[in-house]
Design a protein around this ligand. Structure first.
Ligand code: DX5
Ligand code: ZN
Length: 218
């Protein structure tokens, strides 16, 4: 199963409902929602209130990527707002096992994410307990950045770690994913492809998403 998750960070912020409807119609599988707090990353985006409003506008799963400090204090709000998958950063969670547990107890799927410079050894012990592993292929904070090439090796290594498990978390890649590199990212073993600028910056969402789907299923 390979999925495309457009990141609404690069959508027109004044028309988020319309933008989500447009990518839903264009074949998106998930909606990737980037939550930034101005502390963990040098940017600020949206919180639970906007997510709650957007929840009524689409049936697609909300893949909520928390780039925030102290995630434990906000899990309940994001779950209540309508997140389907809640992903936290290993660098932001002091007691990651507890945080993952909190997400699961809220009835949502739990994901863990790694910044580009954070090694996979940091999530070895938690991997069997999560539903999703998100590998950042840019330093988080902004859309439209260049894919960090070394991430391909990390993605392949993560694929091998996952394949050794009986319950396999999905492997998601986020940052600089575009039509030109999506095939090699798929070959490295990714299951879920986040793309912001490459989709919302394109003139025709449907053409872009279907070209991406062809490229990852090659
Ligand atoms: C970066 C975010 C990404 C970002 C991806 O901090 O986590 O989801 O929106 O955007 P592109 O695809 O433009 O690199
Ligand atoms: Zn993201």
């Amino acid at each position: 199963m390979k999925l495309i998750a457009p990141s609404i960070l690069s959508a027109d912020g004044g028309q988020l409902a319309e933008e989500i409807a447009a990518v839903e119609k264009a074949g998106a599988d998930w909606i990737h929602v980037d939550v930034m707090d101005g502390h963990f990353v040098p940017n600020i985006t949206i919180g639970p209130a906007i997510i709650k409003s957007l929840r009524k506008t689409t049936k697609l799963p909300f893949d909520v990527h928390l780039m925030i400090e102290n995630p434990d204090s906000y899990i309940e709000s994001f779950a209540a707002a309508g997140a389907d998958i809640i992903t936290v950063h290993v660098e932001a969670a002091n007691h990651l096992h507890r945080t993952i547990d909190l997400i699961k107890k809220s009835g949502k799927k739990a994901g863990v994410s790694l910044n580009p410079a954070t090694p996979l050894t940091q999530i070895e012990e938690i991997l069997p307990d999560v539903d999703l592993l998100l590998i950042m292929s840019v330093n988080p904070g902004f859309g439209g950045q260049q894919f960090i090439k070394n991430s391909l090796t990390k993605i392949s290594k993560a694929r091998k770690m996952i394949d050794e498990l009986s319950a396999k978390p999905l492997l998601e890649v986020d940052g600089g994913v575009k039509l030109q590199n999506i095939t090699e990212i798929a070959r490295a073993g990714a299951d879920v492809f986040v793309a912001g600028a490459a989709i919302f910056g394109s003139p025709n969402y449907e053409e872009t998403i279907s070209a991406m789907k062809t490229a990852i299923n090659d």
